[in-house]
Design a protein around this ligand. Structure first.
Ligand code: GLU
Length: 449
C-alpha cells in the first residue's frame, strides 16, 4: 500500500547502545517515506529507562544517522516529557483502564507456573482488579507499592498493516500490560503512544517484534480518544548465521561498519533492500533508494544480513562512482590526483581508503622490482617518446612483444613489477600516463622514483 500525503514519521531508538544495521533499516525506511512524500521525520529518544540510557549513546545515534544521510526535522527525549505521560496515566486511571496491582515478581512467577502446570495460558488473572479500597489500603500499609496495568478490552484488534496487509491480534489472549512500574517509572508503551498522538505521527513503521504491541497501543490510543496512525511492521534482520541483532552486543553497529571504511550508501542500500522483492544493488543516493522502496515488497520472513554481501556491494558502488562524488573523499584521504586517477583506480577498490594505496604508486617513490634486467632494459629503450596518453601502453607493449617475442604474463608482469613495485593493481594502460615518462624511465632503470 502506498503511503499517502505528507506523512509524519518517527524513529524511536532507546539510547542504550549503538545503532546496528537492523536499526538502520527502520530509520531509513521511515526517512525515505518522509522525504519521498514531503513529510517530517522525528527522532525520539526513548530514554525512560534511566539505568540503561546514556547521553553518549544518544549523541552516537544522532551522529550515526547523520553519517547515513538522515537529518531529523526534530529530536525529542522522553525523559523531558514525564509530566505529559503522568497526565495520560491519570486519565486512564480515571476511566478505570489503568489499575493498581500489588503482586511481587515472585508471586506472579508462581502463578504463571501453576497456570502452565494446569495447561492454561500464562495470562495475568486480573486478581488485582477485584481488590477493594480496604484491601488496597492493607497492602499499602504492608509497604507494598503498586505497579499499574492497562485493562485490555477482550476481542480482536485489526489494522491494515502498511507492510503485511490485513493484520489482527486477539487481545483476549494477552496479559494486561504493565504501563507504570512500582517506582513510578514508565515502561515503553504509554510514553510511546502519548508521544505518537501528541506529535501527530501518521505512520508508525517499525520491526515486526512490535506487532503485539501495536494491538495494545491501538487500544490505549482509543482509550485516550487519540487518532490511530497507520502501522507497518517490517521483517527483522538476523546475522548471516541467523541470530538476532542486539544493540547491546554492538553487533554490526553502524559505528563499526563506518570505521571499517564502508560507504554509507552501501550500508543504506543493503539495509533497505535486503529481504525485499527488490534486488540488492548499488544505489547512489537516498533519493534513488526512496524511489525503489515499496513497503509491500518487504518479505514476511526474517532477512539475513551478510557482511560479505555488504563488502561486495560497497566495491560495486565505488567501481561505478563518478569522480565528482569521489573527489571530496579523495581529498580527505590526501590522494585526490584528479579524474584520470580516479578512473584508473576505482575498479580496484574494496573501500575508499584503498585509493590512498595507489596514489603513491603514481607519484612515487616506488621501489621497482626488476628480476630480468636485460628484458627491462630492452623495454626501457622502447618506451615511446613524447607525452604519454591512452594508447601509450598498447603501443609500447606491442613494440616490446615484437622485439622480445614475449607475450601474456611473461610480458606484462615484469613491466608491472618494475613500474609499480607490485604484482597486482589497476590497469597499467590507465596508470602509465599518470606515472609519466620521466618516472617510468627511472623505475625501468631500477631507480627508486
Ligand atoms: N524504543 C522502541 C524500540 O527501540 C521503539 C519502538 C517503536 O518504534 O515504537 O524498540
Amino acid at each position: 500500500m502506498a503511503v499517502t500525503s505528507a506523512p509524519a514519521v518517527r524513529f524511536a531508538p532507546s539510547p542504550t547502545g549503538l545503532l546496528h544495521i537492523g536499526n538502520a533499516r527502520t530509520a531509513l525506511i521511515n526517512w525515505l517515506i518522509a522525504r519521498r512524500d514531503g513529510g517530517t521525520f522525528l527522532l525520539r529518544l526513548d530514554d525512560t529507562d534511566q539505568e540503561r540510557s546514556r547521553p553518549e549513546f544518544a549523541d552516537a545515534i544522532v551522529a550515526d544517522l547523520a553519517w547515513l544521510g538522515i537529518a531529523p526535522d526534530r529530536v525529542i527525549r522522553q525523559s523531558d516529557r514525564l509530566a505529559i505521560y503522568d497526565e495520560a496515566a491519570e486519565r486512564l486511571k480515571a476511566a478505570g483502564r489503568l489499575y493498581p496491582c500489588y503482586e511481587t515478581p515472585d508471586e506472579l512467577d508462581r502463578r504463571r507456573k501453576r497456570q502452565l502446570a494446569r495447561g492454561l495460558p500464562p495470562v495475568y488473572d486480573r486478581a488485582a482488579l477485584a481488590l477493594g479500597p480496604d484491601e488496597r489500603a492493607r497492602l499499602e500499609a504492608e509497604g507494598r507499592r503498586p505497579h499499574w496495568r492497562f485493562r485490555l478490552e477482550p476481542g480482536i484488534v485489526a489494522w491494515d498493516d502498511l507492510v503485511r496487509g490485513a493484520s489482527q491480534v486477539d487481545c483476549g489472549s494477552l496479559s494486561d500490560p504493565v504501563l507504570v512500574r512500582e517506582d513510578g517509572s514508565y515502561l515503553y508503551t504509554l510514553p510511546s503512544v502519548v508521544d505518537d498522538a501528541r506529535e501527530g505521527i501518521t505512520h508508525v513503521v517499525r520491526g515486526e517484534d512490535h506487532v503485539t504491541n501495536t494491538a495494545v497501543q491501538i487500544q490505549i490510543l482509543r482509550a485516550l480518544d487519540a487518532a490511530v496512525p497507520a502501522f507497518g511492521h517490517h521483517n527483522l534482520l538476523t546475522t548471516a548465521t541467523g541470530e538476532g541483532l542486539s544493540k547491546r552486543m554492538g553487533h554490526l553497529s553502524l559505528r563499526g561498519l563506518r570505521e571499517s571504511g564502508l560507504e554509507p550508501m552501501a550500508v543504506a542500500a543493503l539495509a533497505v533492500l535486503v529481504g525485499s522483492a527488490e534486488a540488492v544493488r548499488p544505489v547512489d543516493s537516498l533519493e534513488a533508494l526512496g524511489a525503489i522502496l515499496d513497503l509491500t515488497h518487504i518479505s514476511r520472513a526474517p532477512a539475513r544480513f551478510d557482511e560479505a554481501e555488504l563488502r561486495a556491494l560497497n566495491a560495486k558502488l565505488l567501481h561505478a562512482m563518478p569522480y565528482a562524488q569521489a573527489a571530496p573523499r579523495l581529498a580527505a584521504l590526501g590522494c585526490d590526483l584528479g579524474e584520470p586517477f580516479w578512473a584508473a583506480v576505482r575498479g580496484n577498490l574494496d573501500v575508499m581508503a584503498d585509493a590512498a594505496v595507489w596514489a603513491p604508486v603514481v607519484t612515487g617513490p616506488v621501489d621497482p622490482v626488476v628480476e630480468d634486467q636485460a628484458f627491462i632494459a630492452a623495454a626501457r629503450d622502447l618506451l615511446p617518446s613524447g607525452a604519454f596518453g591512452e594508447t601509450t601502453w598498447k603501443t609500447w607493449t606491442g613494440a616490446v612483444k615484437a622485439a622480445t617475442g614475449r607475450a601474456g604474463r611473461a610480458l606484462f608482469m615484469p613491466l608491472r613489477l618494475a613500474l609499480t613495485g607490485r604484482d597486482h593493481g589497476p590497469e597499467l594502460a590507465a596508470l602509465l600516463p599518470l606515472i609519466g615518462r620521466e618516472r617510468a624511465l627511472r623505475r625501468l632503470s631500477g631507480e627508486r622514483a
